[in-house]
Design a protein around this ligand. Structure first.
Ligand SMILES: Nc1ncnc2c1ncn2[C@@H]1O[C@H](COP(=O)(O)OP(=O)(O)OP(=O)(O)O)[C@@H](O)[C@H]1O
Length: 306
């Protein structure tokens, strides 16, 4: 069901951004309900950053409209006060130290939590007096994460927030995001390449490919829409005949196939046929839907066993 406009954090209609002949964002239409965590996913150059810049009013669309909490974002201070956009492109004056960022943040973010920010600075092993200019790449990313989390902005957008962050720091980010989100629900959009790493956080997936939105669906629905069936080649081939197969992997006499559109009855039928039925990771699904694999998917049982 389409949510009522007042419950939407974000509404894009026919949003298009052209750079010369290239449509970086091409006719994007989608809505983001308030208080959800959405993953904005896609390959390099897919249009993620451009889409986020359009959403936050930093770029004018060539055509189409975007609304944040029902209003246009461009040059709209009231709307932008509800938004925190964390991007790698963020630059600070040369003399800025971490404490200056923390001191300035409440002017931009009405819900800023200084104690939470201080806790995060500590957890990321930073100190307020450090000069931003002298921080490592990962430490600079941590500053973005701290600002994004402690802003508690009703719409918080992270554009690949983890560049250079080590595995421990990324885990801190994910853990604090989830814990704080459950206490202070807000709308979070997270653009990332690390799909499997964040898949437990995401409620909704928005996948963009060559500027076009190719998937706009709840993560749970995506996960349950496909399954991997494994067993003897003959049994798997028999089961997948006539079905849409996204991927297949042969290992000796065993075959594993990723099958699209597997409902409960299909799963039961596969088990009855002696096959093992397993989940498909979000990353696998998205990689396959955005042209990452060229594995033939239409081999028939007769062809495969000929
Ligand atoms: N200012 C610009 N002028 C011309 N082309 C641009 C401009 N900004 C982006 N593009 C092009 O638009 C396309 C989308 O770029 P964008 O940065 O939005 O992709 P992305 O999905 O964020 O990529 P990545 O994951 O690699 O950061 C790319 O082909 C890029 O070269």
């Amino acid at each position: 069901m389409t949510p009522a406009p007042e419950s939407l954090a974000l509404e894009a209609r026919g949003l298009t951004k052209r750079f010369g002949s290239l449509a970086a964002v091409d006719d994007a239409t989608f809505t983001t309900p308030q208080n959800t965590i959405t993953g904005l996913l896609g390959r390099n150059g897919a249009g993620k950053t451009t889409l986020m810049r359009l959403i936050t009013g930093q770029e004018f669309p060539t055509s189409g409209t975007v609304r944040l909490f029902g209003a246009k974002p461009v040059e709209n201070a009231a709307v932008l006060q509800h938004t925190c956009f964390i991007s790698e492109a963020q630059r600070y004056p040369d003399e800025f130290r971490i404490k200056h960022v923390l001191a300035g943040a409440p002017r931009f973010f009405a819900n800023w939590d200084a104690d939470f920010a201080a806790q995060l600075v500590d957890e990321f092993r930073l100190t307020p007096k450090q000069r931003i200019k002298k921080l490592s790449r990962g430490q600079r990313s941590a500053i973005g994460v701290i600002v994004g989390l402690a802003s508690r902005a009703p719409l918080t957008i992270f554009d690949e927030p983890y560049l250079g962050l080590d595995a421990v720091a990324r885990q801190i980010f994910y853990d604090r995001l989830l814990a704080d989100y459950s206490e202070h629900p807000r709308t979070v959009i997270l653009s990332t390449h690390l799909i499997d790493e964040v898949s437990q956080l995401l409620e909704h997936a928005l996948v963009i490919d060559q500027g076009r939105i190719v998937i706009d669906a709840p993560v749970e629905e995506l996960r349950s829409s496909a399954a991997t069936v494994s067993g003897t080649t003959e049994a798997v081939e028999r089961f997948i005949t006539g079905r849409e197969v996204a991927h297949r992997e042969q290992l000796g006499g065993l075959l594993s196939a990723t099958v699209a559109a597997m409902d409960d009855a299909d799963r039961a039928a596969a088990r009855t046929a002696g096959l093992e039925v397993g989940p498909v990771s979000l990353q696998q699904l998205i990689v396959r839907r955005t042209g990452g694999f060229t594995t033939p998917s239409t081999t028939t049982y007769e062809e495969a066993t000929a």
